[in-house]
Each structure stands twice: as structure tokens, then as C-alpha cells.
Design a protein around this ligand. Structure first.
Ligand SMILES: [Zn+2]
Length: 271
């Protein structure tokens, strides 16, 4: 298998004494670059620190829609400051989350647009999250608004992370030039097979969204970046293409997205 990039995780949220081992297991599964995304200001700072200490880790910064309390000058200034750091390669995790009414929708919309703006100004890709009420597979409340926001505001590359939804939704994103990021759901959700089969070769990437899954009693069952291999295998089965080609496409697409940091990433990928 070719060297892989895990485009979206939160591995900095794991206990610090676990980081080295997680990276070691990832490397033994050919996962050479791990993007760890912050979910609020403090968490983004933590992602940054972990990326500074581990050459295979790069950071995403942003405020997740469910973590929003406000989005004012303070938040804007902090994120703008972080975005200049040489290990920050994307604005993430940001987006819309209408699963419950935890955060005011107008605040979510305002923060999403403002953070896309930071990405535009700093030429960083946006890796975003859009979820529907009651986690509906084919709902359109958040999707409709999300697509409008992206269409109006996004001037950099975009990635729909942890994609779950039908082909109609995927197609709308692809038509906007937005990449689809496949994660573990493609292994268990039958409806996603169509998207995996139909997506053009140059429009998908892969991720594990790893974070400490304390709700699972058995630590060995927690998702980690080394699980990326399972996702690549599933894509290759569904597309009837060999694993080498799938891993190469996903890596090449990731490099397109993170093009701004190409030299830095290649140094690690081909080490
Ligand atoms: Zn995430």
C-alpha cells in the first residue's frame, strides 16, 4: 500500500502518553501524515502543540458548531494568529450541526462564514462538518444552508468530512469542486456504496476521525489512524480497483488539497 494521509482526526485529544504509540501504529500501517483538528480555541491550541512535538502530525484549527458559545473579535483574532503557524494546514473542524438545538443556528452560520473567510485569507483548505436534525441520512435543513454558504463564500479547497448522505448531496458538493472524505461508515452503511462507486477518482480522500472513544469500554476498539487501511480496502472492493491505485488516488487528492504545504508534507511522506 502507498503512503497514506489521514485527513481528519482529533488524536491530540488522546492522553499525551499515548501519542507516540498511536503514531507508531499508524506508521506501521503506512499512515504517514495525520491531520488533527481542534474543536474550540483551547483545543486548537492543543492540536498545534501536538503537531509541534510530532513531525507526522499536522493541525487543523477552528471552532466546531456544537462548541460555539460566541464568535467575536477574540475568536477571530486567535484563529487568525494560529493560522499563520507552519504546521496548521487547514481550517477544521467547522460547519453546521443541526442534530439538536444545542447551538443557535444563526451563530453557527455566522461562525461558519467567518471561519471560511479566515481560510480564504490564509489560503488554507476548509474541512467541514454538516449534520442534520436527528442525524437524518437524507435531511436537507443543514445541507441546503451549508451548500449555499459554501457556494457564496468558499474560495479555497473544501472537504466534506465523514461523509454520510445520498448521491444527490454528494453530487452537489462535487459540482462545487468539494472533495468527499470517506470514513468508517462506508464499511457498514449500505447506502454509501453508491457514492463510493460513482465518485470520480480525483474527488475523494480518507479519514478516521479518531478521538478517544471513552464510551467504548475496550480501549483496543477505539478508532485510530491505522484503521485507514480498512477504509482503503473497502473502497477498493467497491470500486473493483486494486489497493495500490486507491491509496495512490487518495494520497494524490490529499496533496492537491494541502498543496500549500506540499514540500513540508512530501518530506515526511517519502522519508
Ligand atoms: Zn471530527
Amino acid at each position: 500500500m502507498n503512503a497514506l494521509i489521514d485527513c481528519h482526526t482529533h488524536i491530540h485529544q488522546y492522553n499525551e502518553n499515548e501519542h507516540k504509540e498511536i503514531i507508531k501504529r499508524a506508521l506501521s500501517a503506512k499512515v504517514k501524515i495525520i491531520v488533527s483538528a481542534g474543536t474550540n480555541i483551547n483545543d486548537s491550541k492543543k492540536a498545534l502543540l501536538v503537531s509541534e512535538r510530532n513531525e507526522n502530525v499536522f493541525a487543523g484549527i477552528g471552532i466546531h458548531p456544537t462548541e460555539l458559545k460566541k464568535f467575536e473579535k477574540d475568536e477571530l483574532n486567535n484563529l487568525t494568529k494560529f493560522s499563520n503557524h507552519n504546521k496548521v494546514i487547514c481550517i477544521s473542524e467547522i460547519g453546521l450541526d443541526f442534530q439538536n438545538d444545542k447551538t443557535d443556528k444563526n451563530l453557527q452560520i455566522k461562525a461558519f462564514i467567518s471561519q471560511i473567510d479566515i481560510a480564504n485569507k490564509n489560503n488554507l483548505p476548509v474541512i467541514f462538518h454538516i449534520r442534520e436534525k436527528n442525524d437524518s441520512f437524507d435531511g436537507w435543513d443543514a445541507r441546503k444552508i451549508g451548500i449555499e454558504i459554501l457556494k457564496e463564500n468558499l474560495m479555497v479547497k473544501g472537504v466534506a468530512h465523514y461523509f454520510q448522505g445520498d448521491w444527490k448531496y454528494a453530487k452537489k458538493l462535487i459540482d462545487l469542486g468539494i472533495y468527499i472524505s470517506f470514513a468508517k461508515p462506508i464499511i457498514r452503511i449500505k447506502e454509501l456504496e453508491e457514492i463510493v462507486k460513482k465518485i470520480p477518482n480525483d474527488m475523494f480522500v480518507v479519514e478516521t476521525d479518531s478521538y478517544p472513544q471513552t464510551f467504548k469500554k475496550n480501549r483496543n476498539k477505539w478508532t485510530e489512524p491505522y484503521h485507514l487501511q480498512q477504509i482503503i480496502k473497502r473502497i477498493s472492493q467497491l470500486r473493483k480497483t486494486n489497493i495500490e491505485k486507491i491509496s495512490e488516488s487518495s494520497r494524490r487528492n490529499s496533496m492537491e488539497i494541502f498543496n500549500n504545504h506540499k514540500n513540508q508534507l512530501e518530506k515526511i511522506l517519502y522519508k
